[in-house]
Ligand binder design. Sequence first.
Ligand code: F6P
Length: 549
Amino acid sequence: MSFDRFMTENLPLSRSLEPHVDRMRATHLRNLLSNEPDRFARFSRVQCGLLLDWSKEKLDQGAWQSLLELAVEKGVEDARDSMLRGDRVNTTEDRAVLHTALRGGAWAPPHIQEEIAAEKARFLGFAEHVRSGAIAANDGAPFEHVVNIGIGGSDLGPAMAVRALAPFCDGPTIHFLSNVDGAHAADVLAKLDPKRTLVLVASKTFTTLETLTNAQTARAWLAETLGDDQVGQHLAALSTNAAATAKFGIQEDRVFGFWDYVGGRYSLWSAIGLPLALAIGADRFNAFLAGAHAMDVHFANAPLADNLPAILALIGVWRRNALGLVGHAVIPYEERLARFPAYLQQMDMESNGKRVTTDGSQAIDATGMLVFGEPGTNAQHSFFQLFHQGHDVIALDVLIGRRVVGEAVNGRASIHHTHLMANALAQTRALALGRTLEETRAEMARDGIAVDEIERLAPHRTFPGDRPSTTLVYDQLDPETLGKLIALYEHKVFVESVLWGINAFDQWGVELGKQLAKQITPALADPRLAAAFDPSTRGLIEALLQKDD
Ligand code: F6P
C-alpha cells in the first residue's frame, strides 16, 4: 500500500527537501528498519538525561542531512541566540521573549535577571509561609485548600504540573477553576470551606472575562462566610497588571508580578507557578526550574545534530511539510502526565497556528499541527484504532519513564511498569511495521481458522503500518525531569516557528471570538439586538432564549 494514499497535497518546506520526499514517501518504515541495522544508533541521542529515539520516523540519512542543512539555511542558531539574549523577537507585539530568564538564563540582560530574582524570592517566600502556616487564614489557622482561578496559560501549566508531581505534593490541596461555565465554579467551590481556602486569581492581563467572572464569584463566596472586610486575607493575585489587581481590591503585598516578556503559555516558570510552589515547596520548585534551565543550556550550546529541541522540530517539519501529516498525538505512558498533552496543545497550537509569516506575507508552507493526546495505555483503548487502520496517518510522540516514582499498591509497581513499557514499545512497533495481508492470512491459518473465514476477515485484520513515531525516555517523573520535558517542547515549538518563518509568540487568532462574544452578550439580555447578526446566529440566540412551556 502506497504511503501517498494518506497524504494531503502539500508544498515541501524547501527545495532542499524535495529530492527526498518521493523516495521517502515510497519507502515503507518496515524496509527502513530491516535494511538499516544501525538506525537506532544513527537516529537517537542521549542528552540532558533524556533519550530521544526517532529511528521510527519515516526518513533516511539523506533526508536527515538535508533537514540539518535546512536548519542552518533558516538561521535557527542565530534566531535562538537572539531570543535568549532578549531581542524583541515577538515583532507583532514588539516584545522580548525571556521565559528562559525565569529559570536562570544568564543570557538575559542583568536588570531583567535582577527583577526576576526579586519577584521569585517574593512568591516563593509567600508559598513557604502559607505552607508553614505563618501566612494563615483570617482565623489564624492554616490554609488547607488553594483555588487557582485562571485560564489558558494561567491554568494549564500549573494544573498539569501539580498533577504530574503528585508524589511530591505535601502542601495544601490545589484546585483549579478555569471555565466561565458556572458549573465549574459551583463544583470546585461547593466541596470547600471558605474558612480554610486561599484563592489565587491568575491572569497575565487581568482582563480575561472568564477569570474575572470566576474571581468575582469566588470573592462573593468568601465574603458570605468571612465578611467583606476579611476577604483580602484569603486572596492573592498573579499578574503583570498591577493597576487592575489594585482595582479588584487585592492588597499590594498579595500581588505577585511578571512582565510582558513572559508569554501566557510560557509563564509557568513565573509567579503563575505559585500553585505548584505551594504544592511542592520552594526547593522542589527550584529543582523544576533547574531542570528547564539544563534544557536551555543544552539548547543554547549543543550542535544542531545533537540538539534535542532542534531534532524534534526538524522531525516536526518533516512530518508536516514532507509527509503532509496534520495530526500529532502526544502519548505519555505515565498517568500523572494526563494533562501534558492539553498543556502542549496550547503551547504548540497557539504558538504555531499561524498562516502569515513574520514579514506579513502568506506562508507558502503548511504550518502547525493538530496536537492532541491522552495517557497510554488508556489511549490505546480509544483512538488508537484510527492510528492503526484509519485513512489518515497520525504522527506520534511517546513519552515513557525508566522508573516510576513511589510504590504502587501492594508493592506491585514493577509488574505495572513492565506492562506499561511493553505496551509503549508494542504500539510504536505495530504502527511502524504493520501486518500484511499475507502475514494475516498465515497467522489465521496457524490458528486453525477456516479458509472462507480467513478470506472474509483477513482484510479487516491487516495493518498498513508505515506510521511514524518518536520515543522519549526519561529516568523518572520528578520536578527536574518535568522542567526538562516542558522546556524541550517549548524550544521545539520555537525552532519550528523559525523554520516556518512565523512568530510563535503572539496569538491574534484568539481576539475575534472575544470581540464577538462582547457584542453577543447584550443580545442575550435583549433579543431585539440579535437583528444585527447573521441569520444563523440570530436563530441560535432565539433558540437559546426560548422559554419552557
Ligand atoms: O485567549 C488566549 C490567552 O490570551 C492565552 O494566550 C492566555 O494564556 C490566556 O488567554 C489567559 O490570559 P490571561 O492570563 O491574561 O488571563
